[in-house]
Design a protein around this ligand. Structure first.
Ligand code: PLP
Length: 361
């Protein structure tokens, strides 16, 4: 043996495969693979990034204090209960780094967001998956998989890639069944899209307990995926711990400036929500007509069920050849489905027309 060797377990980590942005040929692709906002970022945020270009030689204010003040003022907490990250992925990873290690377990649902399991493995912890019911987190199954070794429980609500959610009451029941030393992390990356009255992003659970964290992102409805910006609301005891593993300048100045502007541009968020609501109904209805199964989704994406993994792969190949890029979710244990982001009106037309041709072929 020669050469540097990573810690045990690192080479067993499957590489996260992001949604691809490239199709074949020279057609302008319809990128429906990464749940980005098809309307783009707020114009105010774009202006803020341009302005920040004047100070690229300066280190950012490392604590994202202005952005935390703006968010805190609106959700009704203290800025000290918020932390910003280079995407919510970084916050997920910092939480796991701070609270889990070899021998510990990190619990999530069977088809839950994969970054939790990947992050758990980077610290030598063991990801544990609880079975879902109807592609939805099952609180009883989650509680049944809690052991003495469980350190963190992650629930993406709504979940990616299934698009399903559990109610605020179910979240509270999950929390009530957990030991006090286990952290419940509610990943509300798509919460801005959800209008169902029984939904909660989990804020009230954070406010009332010492072991609940809510994470949010600027990558989805805010349309700032390129900048990498996310935040979390947590008890100050947890914020204090996570700040100890956080790099001092983890969020760049352009990201902070854009986040502040995007947060304030409520019209852009409302328009993005309206567009998604209209187009998710249109796309779901059209696919349903084609005999493609579309489980109900409250996010900005759908699962398209083709009945078998062979058919889903054929659909993927067909769509890619037409310059329409969906996301394979075989890695999520859903090989008979493709995940498809709701795009612009024109992109959705291309998707529907390509799937119509595919179904007839
Ligand atoms: C997209 C997504 C994230 C966010 O990622 P960022 O790192 O903030 O870009 C987090 N959780 C879920 C469930 C997601 O789908």
């Amino acid at each position: 043996m020669s050469g540097p060797t990573p810690r045990p377990g690192i080479l067993d980590i499957p590489l996260y495969v992001p949604g691809t942005h490239a199709a074949g040929g020279d057609i302008e692709p319809a990128i429906l693979s990464a749940n980005e906002n098809p309307l783009g970022a707020s114009g105010e945020a774009v202006d803020a990034v341009r302005k920040s270009a004047e100070s690229l030689h300066r280190y950012p204010e490392g604590g994202s204090i202005e952005l935390r003040r703006a968010i805190a003022g609106e959700i009704g907490c203290a800025p000290e209960n918020l932390i910003c990250g280079s995407g919510s992925d970084e916050i997920i990873s910092m939480l796991i780094r701070a609270y889990a290690g070899p021998g510990d377990e990190v619990l999530q649902s069977r088809h839950g967001f994969l970054m939790y399991a990947i992050s758990a493995k980077t610290v030598g912890a063991t990801p544990v998956f609880a079975p879902e019911t109807n592609l939805t987190t099952d609180v009883d199954n989650m509680l049944a998989h809690v052991t003495d070794r469980t350190r963190l429980v992650f629930v993406a609500n709504p979940n990616n890639p299934t698009g399903s959610y559990i109610s605020g009451a179910e979240l509270a029941r999950l929390h009530a069944g957990l030991p006090e030393d286990v952290i419940l992390v509610i990943d509300a990356a798509y919460s801005e899209y959800v209008e169902d009255p029984d939904y909660s992003d989990g804020q009230e659970l954070v406010a009332a307990h010492e072991n609940v964290v809510m994470t949010r992102t600027f990558s989805k409805i805010f349309g700032l995926a390129a900048l990498r910006l996310g935040w979390a609301y947590a008890p100050s005891s947890i914020i204090d711990v996570v700040n100890r593993v956080r790099g001092p300048f983890n969020v760049g100045a352009p990201a902070q400036a854009a986040g502040l502007a995007a947060w304030a541009d409520k019209a852009h968020i409302a328009e993005s929500r309206r567009h998604n609501k209209e187009q998710i109904a249109r796309v779901s209805g059209a696919l349903d007509q084609l005999g493609i199964t579309v489980p109900s989704s409250v996010g900005n994406f759908i699962l398209a069920g083709f009945g078998s993994s062979e058919k889903a792969e054929a659909a993927l190949d067909y769509l890619m050849a037409q310059g329409v890029i969906p996301r394979s979710v075989a890695g999520y244990g859903l090989p008979e489905y493709l995940r498809i982001t709701i795009g612009t009106v024109e992109e959705n037309s291309r998707l529907i027309s390509a799937l119509t041709d595919f179904s007839e072929s």
